[in-house]
Design a protein around this ligand. Structure first.
Ligand SMILES: Nc1ncnc2c1ncn2[C@@H]1O[C@H](COP(=O)(O)OP(=O)(O)O)[C@@H](O)[C@H]1O
Ligand SMILES: [Mg+2]
Length: 320
């Protein structure tokens, strides 16, 4: 553990610790504030992260006084439906672990099965090791981790990746934190079939679906961050959109909201372009009106409206 790397054998140990001062000076307070401000809802998740932060702060203080000897196990599972904030929170967790000195660099490497498992014999081990090398000193986020395990196929190469992961999670836990994410029910089955993971993962955090009100607040926050806003009617239209969208296929919580807003901005731009006869002010350029929302096929009971408009990066995990 790098925390103790500067420990001289005869260095004098501190007699007391001021946890509140440590909390501020380590930057942990900043991360938790960011977590509170940038993420709507998620109260149980925020609570769990505050608790984890407290535990690690105390652990660090104990280390400084020579009271702790074991590196705590920090591997985690994040379970919940798509778009509930798992990847976003993992990024903040990486920042938190860095500030607490549990990982050197604090970067997040996000992978799925295809990044770890090869197509041919002999390809999996080098692939998995390459990913692990990249993630060392940070957090490895394995999205839909259960796809690594395919019990129906006896010769599946996923098993090879699993064995390497288990080994590294045990031996390198002072320099790598693994977060496995996915649907709760599939993750349960995965852990039941792979007890090695269960015993190595100490922290399980569940991400609940957002309520309609939370999704509306999230839409306002997202627009605000891009210097856009709803007028009053558009806000009401968005509230309707949220309640309709929830019951349609491929609903993905906050991600569906982000995609809907991308399309609303597209329609707004087209509306401005088509109707403009003179100069436009900043307000016109930043206001989403109800027609920008109501043109969505969601209002006609349309299906498959949530196909993202842009690149692969933004489609990441839409069905995950
Ligand atoms: N509570 C929240 N408040 C604001 N934005 C959120 C919240 N949860 C998720 N988002 C946004 O929704 C999108 C999808 O979130 P993400 O973390 O990728 O979900 P997941 O990994 O669970 O599928 C991201 O753009 C993220 O910033
Ligand atoms: Mg994700």
């Amino acid at each position: 553990m790098n925390i103790n790397s500067d420990c001289q054998p005869d260095r004098e140990l501190p007699q007391t610790v001021d946890l509140a001062a440590e909390y501020e000076s380590s930057g942990v307070a900043d991360v938790l504030r960011e977590l509170d401000e940038d993420l709507i809802g998620l109260e149980p998740v925020k609570q769990r992260i505050r608790e984890t932060a407290a535990l690690l702060l105390v652990d660090r203080a104990r280390r400084d006084m020579g009271l702790s000897t074991e590196t705590p196990t920090l591997h985690m599972s994040f379970t919940g439906n798509p778009g509930t904030g798992k990847t976003t929170v993992a990024l903040m967790m990486a920042g938190l672990l860095k500030r607490l000195g549990y990982v050197r660099k604090g970067h997040l490497v996000t992978v799925t099965r295809d990044d770890l498992v090869g197509q041919y014999i002999g390809h999996t081990a080098p692939k998995t090791k390459e990913v692990l090398k990249k993630a060392m000193g940070g957090v490895l986020f394995i999205d839909e981790a259960y796809y690594l395990y395919k019990p129906d196929n006896e010769r599946d190469y996923g098993q090879e990746a699993i064995e390497i992961l288990l080994q590294v999670m045990e031996n390198n836990r002072d320099d790598l934190v693994v977060i496995m994410a996915g649907y709760a029910d599939r993750m349960d089955k995965f852990f039941a079939a792979n007890p090695g993971f269960r015993s190595r993962i100490a922290h399980h955090i569940e991400f609940p679906d957002y309520t309609d009100d939370e999704l509306l607040s999230i839409s306002e926050l997202m627009l605000d961050q891009q210097n856009y806003g709803f007028d009053e009617e558009a806000r009401a239209a968005m509230a309707e959109y949220v309640s309709l969208r929830r019951n349609q296929p491929h609903f993905a919580n906050a991600r569906s909201i982000r995609n809907a807003l991308d399309r609303a901005r597209l329609r707004q731009a087209n509306r401005l372009f088509a109707s403009n006869r003179g100069s436009l002010d900043a307000k016109a350029l930043s206001t989403i009106e109800q027609s920008d929302i109501r043109q969505s096929r969601v209002f006609e009971g349309g299906l498959d409206v949530d196909r993202p408009v842009v690149t692969k990066a933004s489609t990441e995990g839409e069905t995950s």
